[in-house]
Design a protein around this ligand. Structure first.
Ligand SMILES: C[S@@+](CC[C@H](N)C(=O)[O-])C[C@H]1O[C@@H](n2cnc3c(N)ncnc32)[C@H](O)[C@@H]1O
Length: 260
């Protein structure tokens, strides 16, 4: 009884902290530590089925854009984590030259889990320091740029990756962008990102976002069984299609093309 009461007290305190405060401190140590978490929990959540559902949604968004890439093009996966998305691209487009960049701890895992993938080069580096000699036809950020919580570094990373795009190249961001403390990783809105890129000459538009965040809050780290997890996730994605409810999407999709 007392233990349960303490648990609720702790949850209540953490909820209040999340609503009223936002930490901008550099969180690279946090991600390096997460690289040791089992499976997809290293980059997503503790509920395995919820992660599987997220991947299905991400693959769908990504695949629609991969088709537009030229033959033998180059794609950069920023904050590639353990390389799940990079490997997905590698399977879909064997002709592409792929580069994944993340902290050394994540890249070590990505390399171990990708031994059979010949068209991927891995770089252990912060996005902010990354530079490649050749430009890319596409840069993807799957929840990675927004993971840079310190705002000046976030904008530096956007500059860095967008300057690596070839003329006509595309930056595809599927990132949690919010200004509400409770949801913010970096505290920046998708509208701000679009404006920033437009001011630099990019042709920018937003597509429908993904992950209904109230459901994500409830089940992403829970031990809810796979059947109900899938049902709740799907229900959330249906709710996002209802006019006015789009604002409840956690991840926003931004497509920015560099003028040709
Ligand atoms: C939510 S995870 C997503 C990982 C991957 N894109 C995926 O879909 O599996 C965010 C990733 O961004 C990486 N990250 C955060 N800040 C970074 C930085 N400054 N430079 C490189 N990677 C960074 C983290 O290490 C982590 O792997």
């Amino acid at each position: 009884m007392t233990i349960t009461r303490f648990r609720w007290l702790r949850r209540g305190r953490s909820l209040i902290r999340r609503i009223f405060t936002h930490s901008q401190t550099d969180n690279s140590a946090y991600w390096k530590h997460r690289a040791n978490d089992p499976g997809e929990a290293a980059v997503l959540y503790r509920n395995t089925e919820f992660n599987r559902c997220i991947r299905m949604s991400q693959f769908k968004i990504l695949d629609a854009h991969l088709q537009k890439l030229p033959n033998v093009g180059r794609l950069l996966d920023v904050g590639c984590g353990t390389g799940v998305m990079t490997r997905h691209v590698s399977k879909k487009r064997t002709d592409l030259d792929l580069v994944g960049v993340d902290f050394a701890e994540m890249i070590d895992r990505a390399k171990r889990e990708s031994v059979d993938y010949r068209n991927i080069t891995w770089h252990s580096k912060s996005i902010i320091e990354f530079h490649d000699q050749a430009d890319f036809n596409m840069v993807i950020s799957m929840g990675s740029l927004a993971a840079i919580r310190y705002e000046p570094h976030f904008w530096q990373a956007i500059d860095r990756v967008s300057s690596q795009l070839a003329p006509g190249g595309t930056l595809l961001m599927v990132d949690p962008l919010h200004t509400f403390n409770f949801l913010a990783r970096v505290k920046v809105s998708s509208v701000q990102v679009c404006q920033y890129l437009r001011a630099r000459g990019f042709d920018v538009h937003q597509e429908r976002g993904m992950i209904f965040w109230p459901i994500r809050e409830m089940i992403a780290n829970s031990s809810l069984n796979p059947k109900w997890t899938k049902r709740f996730y799907s229900m959330g994605e249906i709710l996002l299609k209802i006019p006015g409810l789009e604002r409840f999407s956690d991840y926003k999709t931004i497509i920015a093309s560099r003028p040709g």
